[in-house]
Design a binder for this molecule. Structure first.
Ligand code: HEC
Length: 489
């Protein structure tokens, strides 16, 4: 305690505590009021996991993919850490959007919080920037091609398009310059921006107080917030909502902690169940690859597919730009004093149209993309199987083996190999086929140094999941025969 009193004598800690923790807040705040602090929590999760990932990550086309694989296979809990960072990024977008929708539908952006709404909208843009730059970092097929498409869409912006394209890519092509650029934005510029905006945002929340439930500011209010009498009305009515004497600590913060904990637990569960997806390494020559952008860019992506080609650049630039402009400027054209959504028909209609339209486009995009279940397996893959599937392609197993009608026929078909062999057998076989089939076999050994034991195991896991048309529920008929152990010399 002496340290606390030592500091207190010098810095007046008590007054800091008064402003931060003892501040009075309006009574009867809703659970929706906890979304902002959940965003803050997820941001802290991203900072911690991001720093650990950055210590292993190498931002160059030669090493990026391998360093991500290294994190997933060699670093203790690396797969989990990467998974948390991946899923928390989605959670962040969802929570920021939900928080904005809450503030919008409670009219909390109106007098006197116009400035804080603009800051919040800026925060949303930075979060999208994080996601766009982060997507490229693993340097897998998905990362490469989604970014190629994304940056070329940015290149269709009127007037500044080609400049924007070369600034984003660091040249005309997507390559090493793009990767180090995106990395610098992702770990230096955006965090600095985000922390700055968040601090300002929070300082304003503390200074102006939390917006109360909507009814409290409607009875007897002047029609418009621009009315000269409005500020005085507002301050009197707001002071009234704090009559109950509710303190931020511990009354309000308890709800925040509960919601934040649930969010973090959900993120960890997602990370444990699905890991972090990783495609085969980026292959700039493989133009047949069909990229899918991250889910929150899907509505725009789907919209682009639906408009005729000549309109594409207008829509690609125009729709997001118009939406953003409307969001940023919202408090400056919506001056009505009504805050309850039911009393704001235009606001209600706009919200319904934007949310309904996005949901419709997202649904259409996801239906087209399929549920992400590989047909040869018939169920979603585990992260080891997914890594194995990527290896199966990158090691060109397909050149000699047919799976579901595709591939070369030099070796036996593998479509149903999972029905006949165990993972242990497949692991040993891949390490040294000649032990099983004699030195004349045309299948080369994939054991170290070609692939690590971990990678062989991932391949074996994937192969055991192959069921062809039989489906995942059929009992396999294992028929393994192992060769005699090699004669010791
Ligand atoms: C150069 C062509 C070639 C490539 C590349 C190749 N294989 Fe093979 N594979 C064969 C041949 C040929 C056999 C049959 C071996 C024999 O019986 O002598 C075989 C056999 C197998 C078998 C045993 C199948 C059975 O029913 O007995 C498995 C499993 C297998 N390969 C998996 C793979 C995997 C996984 C890869 C990629 C890492 C791969 N193969 C790459 C040619 C190839």
């Amino acid at each position: 305690m002496s340290l606390v009193s030592w500091l207190d004598r010098r810095m007046d800690l008590a007054s800091i505590k008064r402003t931060l923790l003892d501040r009075e807040v309006p009574d009867r705040l809703t659970w929706w009021h906890t979304l902002g602090s959940a965003v803050l929590t997820v941001f802290l999760v991203q900072v911690v996991t991001g720093i650990v990932l950055a210590t292993f990550y190498s931002p160059s086309p030669e090493h990026a993919y391998d360093s991500i694989r290294y994190i997933g296979t060699q670093v203790g809990s690396g797969q989990l850490l990467h998974g948390i960072h991946h899923w928390a990024a989605s959670a962040m977008v969802i929570l920021v959007l939900a928080h904005m929708i809450r503030v919008f539908s409670m009219g909390a952006y109106k007098f006197p919080r116009e400035g804080n709404w603009v800051l919040g909208a800026g925060l949303f843009v930075v979060v999208l920037g994080f996601s766009f730059t982060g997507y490229l970092l693993p340097w897998d097929q998905k990362a490469y091609w989604a970014t190629a498409v994304g940056t070329s869409i940015a290149g269709t912006t009127p007037v500044v398009g080609s400049l924007l394209l070369s600034v984003l890519r660091g040249g005309s092509e997507l390559g090493a310059a793009t990767l180090s650029r995106f990395y610098a934005l992702h770990v230096l510029l955006f965090p600095a921006l985000l922390i700055g905006i968040v601090l300002l945002h929070l300082a304003l929340v503390i200074r102006q107080g939390i917006a109360p439930r909507t009814k409290a500011l409607e009875d007897g209010a002047p029609d418009r917030t621009t009315d000269v009498a409005y500020p005085e009305y507002y301050h009197t009515a707001y002071a009234e909502t704090k009559r109950g004497g509710v303190r931020f600590f511990p009354e309000i913060i308890a709800k925040d902690v509960i919601v934040s904990t649930i969010v973090v637990v959900l993120i960890v569960l997602f990370a444990l169940a699905f890991g972090a997806p990783l495609d085969p390494p980026a292959d700039p020559t493989d133009t047949a690859y069909v990229p899918t952008p991250e889910w929150y860019f899907l509505p725009l992506y789907q919209l682009l597919k639906m408009v005729p080609g000549s309109f594409e650049s207008v829509v690609a630039f125009g729709v997001p730009a118009a939406l953003l402009l409307m969001v940023f400027a919202l408090p400056f054209y919506d001056r009505g004093s009504k805050r309850t959504l039911r009393h704001r028909p235009i606001a209600m209609a706009s919200l319904t149209i934007v949310l309904g339209g996005s949901a419709f486009l997202l649904g259409a995009a996801m239906r087209e993309a399929g549920p992400g279940i590989p047909p040869e397996v018939g169920r979603p893959l585990t992260s080891a199987e997914r890594a194995g599937r990527a290896l199966f392609r990158s090691q060109k197993c397909n050149d000699c083996h047919v799976v579901m009608g595709e591939g070369g026929d030099q070796g036996p078909e593998l479509t149903e190999i999972g029905l006949h062999h165990s993972a242990a057998w497949l692991h040993s076989f891949l390490e040294a086929p000649s032990r099983f089939r004699g030195d004349t076999t045309e299948m080369s050994a994939f054991g170290p140094p070609t692939l690590s034991h971990q990678e062989i195991e991932e391949l074996a896991q994937y192969l055991t999941s192959l069921r062809g048309t039989a489906g995942p529920d059929v009992e396999p008929q294992i028929n393994d025969t192992f060769p005699d152990p090699p004669v010791p010399r």
